[in-house]
Design a protein around this ligand. Structure first.
Ligand SMILES: Cc1cc2nc3c(=O)[nH]c(=O)nc-3n(C[C@H](O)[C@H](O)[C@H](O)COP(=O)(O)OP(=O)(O)OC[C@H]3O[C@@H](n4cnc5c(N)ncnc54)[C@H](O)[C@@H]3O)c2cc1C
Length: 364
């Protein structure tokens, strides 16, 4: 099958486009229409076309948090903007603005290179700046929402560019307003508030030990980033070598009473008491009752899945949370494996675990 292309001002259209190299699982998939947008200013013109305005749409960044269980039904839109700029930088707090198409890790390095702290614990997370607010990316005790000043977005229904402050984004654990309303916005740029005096967050398991192993006793933000990079390179499979989307399951959040009962039965179960996000409470319709986060990796490991393999669809032998495509697994095979893992955890522990990546072409 061939790809046919056309282009306009600030964008390029490709029909019947292959997506194999646009998702880190390396799943073979095709989009009926791929719209590559170099300049977000082209969006109002593009969304004048009914296919984009009214049809199913998938905005795709680096494809490191999607599972193509089938081909996308409608157009796929990829933003290419690459600008990073300092909007305000004189005081302690600097406002840095980056286009959605910028590679996330490149932005982290850019900010650290200018003495700005805050994003160091999020070093080496794959993907783009535009996707970072969608699931409020987090790692090593930090979530990006803590440093988002504003998100610039194009609203499909109105054809308007909006600037949403962090409160409007309703960030929560691996969640945001954008994730809950996936068809509403195209994120075009993100503004970050970063500090020259940002206190470091070093309490996450393994970080202090890694810094000690590096021989650093008074770390700066760039040392923390280096420690995170070293740990991540050791622990997580590289998508360039074996297809994966990082953690496939979110850590389940349960009522603390439920967590305590499980802990009494399984004393080794890692439980993290949670400072409730207002948005979580709103989302689950609960008064802010005490909640705890459980380790999904531990639950899955106890069910014996680590290293499991069904043909080319498998679970990493290093990390029970990571599903892998050993070579030619289909998205449907990986989804089937994920469902069986979740069913076994539910049966054994009475806890529902949910996928973290966006599943395209099927429902969970
Ligand atoms: C090895 C590995 C490690 C990982 N580690 C972590 C981790 O530590 N913490 C973490 O939080 N995540 C982690 N991830 C997941 C992933 O890197 C992040 O979720 C990342 O933000 C996804 O970026 P992306 O550009 O690849 O998004 P995509 O996978 O392309 O898209 C993800 C979602 O965001 C939407 N989206 C993307 N761009 C836009 C936009 N501009 N506007 C509107 N919607 C958009 C998509 O429609 C989709 O719903 C990991 C993934 C891998 C492969």
């Amino acid at each position: 099958m061939t790809e046919a292309g056309a282009s306009g001002h600030g964008y390029r259209l490709v029909e019947n486009a292959r997506l194999d190299a646009r998702n880190t699982f390396g799943i073979a998939a095709r989009a009926p229409m791929l719209v590559e947008v170099a300049d977000a200013a082209a969006l109002p013109e593009l969304f004048g076309y009914a296919m984009l305005r009214d049809g199913p749409l998938l905005v795709l960044g680096g494809g490191s948090n999607v599972l193509f269980a089938g081909d996308p039904e409608g157009a796929v839109l990829a933003l290419g903007g690459q600008r990073i700029e300092m909007l305000e930088g004189d005081g302690d707090i600097a406002i840095v603005r980056a286009d959605a198409g910028v590679e996330w890790h490149a932005l982290v390095l850019w900010t650290l290179g200018r003495g700005l702290g805050g994003l160091e614990n999020l070093a080496l997370i794959p993907g783009t700046v535009g996707a970072a607010p969608i699931q409020n990316i987090g790692a090593y005790g930090v979530e990006v929402g803590e440093h988002v000043h504003a998100v610039e977005a194009f609203e499909r229904a109105t054809g308007q560019f909006l600037r949403l402050d962090a409160a409007a984004c309703a960030f929560a654990y691996r969640d945001s307003m954008f994730k809950r309303e996936p068809d509403r916005f195209v994120v075009t740029a993100v503004e970050f508030a970063l500090s020259r005096q940002q206190p470091l967050k070093l309490d996450y398991a393994g970080l202090g030990e890694e810094l000690a192993a590096m021989g650093i006793d008074s770390p700066r933000a760039s040392h923390v980033a280096e420690a995170v990079i070293r740990i991540r390179r050791r622990k997580l499979p590289d998508p360039a070598l074996v297809g994966n989307a990082g953690s496939f399951f979110k850590n389940p959040i349960v009522a603390t009473a439920h967590a305590d009962a499980l802990k009494a039965q399984h004393p080794r179960l890692p439980v993290f008491p949670l400072a409730p996000f207002p948005a979580d409470a709103a989302l689950h319709g609960e008064a802010a009752g005490a909640q705890s986060k459980l380790s999904a990796a531990w639950l899955i490991d106890q069910c014996g899945w680590k290293g499991h393999r069904d043909g080319d669809a498998g679970v990493s032998d290093a990390h029970a949370l990571v599903l892998v495509n050993h070579d030619k697994a289909t998205g449907a095979q990986l989804l089937d494996l994920a469902r069986r893992i979740a069913a076994s955890v539910e049966e054994r522990f009475g806890v529902a675990i949910e996928p973290e990546p966006r599943i395209v072409g099927a429902t969970w």
